[in-house]
Write a protein that binds this ligand. Sequence first.
Ligand SMILES: [Zn+2]
Length: 444
Amino acid sequence: MKIHTIGGYDEVGKNLTALEIREDIIVFDCGIYLPAAIDLQESERNPTSQLLRNAGALPDETFLLKNKNKVRAFLITHAHLDHVGAVHHFAYKFPNAPIFGTPFTIEILKSLMQDSKQQLKNKLISIQPGDSVMIKGANTSYKAEFLNMTHSTIQSTMIALYTSEGIVVYANDYKLDNTPIMGAPPNYEKFRKLAKQGIKVAIIDCLYADTDRKTNSEKIARAMVEESLLTVDHGKNGIIISTFSSHIARLKSIVEFSNKLNREVIFMGRSLAKYTNAAKKVGQCPFEKDIRIATYTNQLKSSLKRVEKDRGKYVVVCTGHQGEDGSILDRLVKNKLHFNFKSGDSVIFSSKVIPAPVNISHRAEMDKKLKQKDVRIFDEVHVSGHGGREDLRDLLNLLKPQHFIPSHGGFDKTMPAMNLAKEMGYQQDKTAHLCKNGTIIELR
Ligand SMILES: [Zn+2]
């Protein structure tokens, strides 16, 4: 078999890895490179696939196009845009390859298609976490298992693909969370069973392999949300919380503790509406009756007028934790919406600044403006969705793959994973492989 590391090995984003085995190619993930897409969106609200491709926001399609008739399926692990966000700009070139993902992932894909008016002829097939499917090859079939894995969005999976040359495991992205707030813990029993059967190769997210830690459970983030809401005397002041729209478990904690304060929760903005509605459609939105969603300008206007008048009765949840231009929080801070911050109001960032220069400077500017208005800031009420060095060690020990390919970033991310693998007995270039975009690893 050959593993083609096509995207996500030179950057954090546009994840795409392809397995080539005889007459068949099976694709894992098909994500977008968000910084390039966002740059483009500043000039084009709905950039075309071609514009995105030219801007380097999509994975390179050259190899797959050359082998168009061999592409059998797209297997998508979870609903984050750097894993699913390129599918509708990409898969139309391979209309015979069905797209498989968990129901939430497929729902998000459908909404991306709707937003961009980019339709697909490919079959979209929902797989419940824990279930498996058969993929038809030229002369054989492949079983693909979508195993429960924990991360920072719901219905995330690790995929195990059974081939005649061994099992391929794709764990991009993951954390090992034994007490997730939604969904089941990782399916350790199954992981051990796979290890016993013998895993040929595992491709594993190493975003934080350079961090000496075991990433904390989402239950810790829940406790942090509780602290910031219930142990602080907010009185009748305003509370604005910003977090990741796709983080349904985090939103659940935010809504539940806000309700304990007897405050009504209003979600503001299109992005929160998109992910919350997708969660509703697949029966994974436990707080749907406890929130109101304001999406359109007039809804935002009337909601914010109410909040402005009676700020002790509401919690506003919105996007903008990275200081993004034009986000709801950015517009609130710049007095572009019908709300004025007052001394004593709080902004809770249930997030962490993604360390790119643009985010750091945007957030610094936002925080400065908030402080000028005498607003209280609660930063990093958050735990990550990605495993650290000790999670990687545990996962490698659990899976015991014959070969290991670190993924989810350039050498700055994958080299620390390689160093750990070497400590654990792997040999660089023989059983552990550092890849760039376009590398081909042939395994016998
Ligand atoms: Zn992710």
